[in-house]
Write a protein that binds this ligand. Structure first.
Ligand SMILES: [Cu+2]
Length: 142
């Protein structure tokens, strides 16, 4: 009749509980979403900076369905994004830093574009290639 057996059983119970807790945990975490390899990647938004007399990057390659967002960076001079073939024209929206113009490109191909105000003087030109088989931009736009 000593208290020792009681103490021993209490320790045993405590140990058992601790083991039960620690043996939980782990597991789970499996599966990373993934998706099938044939699933198309989600459409993306690609940013091109509009600076004084240049676009950065000057030429980009995207996938059909992607959107290009031109953003004025560090200038308050007026620029445009104007397609050579007339497919799109931002107009004079780039009048302040942070101003944007967006266009989604759904069909494969190559679009050369320039700034109406600074094409002649400064060769402010760029291009968007849509799809891996898009032809190279015209000289001066690549
Ligand atoms: Cu310009």
């Amino acid at each position: 009749m000593t208290p020792i057996p009681k103490l021993a059983s209490l320790v045993a119970i405590t140990l058992a509980a601790a083991l039960a807790v620690s043996s939980c945990g782990g597991g789970g975490g499996g599966g990373n979403g993934g998706g099938s390899p044939t699933e198309p990647r989600p459409a993306q938004v690609i940013v091109v900076q509009v600076k004084d007399n240049s676009y950065e990057p000057k030429s980009i390659t995207i996938e059909p369905g992607d959107t290009v967002r031109w953003v004025v960076s560090g200038t308050d001079r007026t620029h445009t994004v104007t397609a050579v073939n007339g497919a799109f024209d931002s107009g004079a929206v780039f009048t302040a830093s942070g101003a944007t113009f967006e266009r989604r490109f759904d069909t494969a191909g190559t679009w050369d574009y320039s700034c109406k105000a600074h094409k002649q003087c400064c060769l402010m030109q760029g291009s968007v290639r849509v799809g891996s088989g898009a032809p190279p931009p015209s000289p001066g736009y690549e």
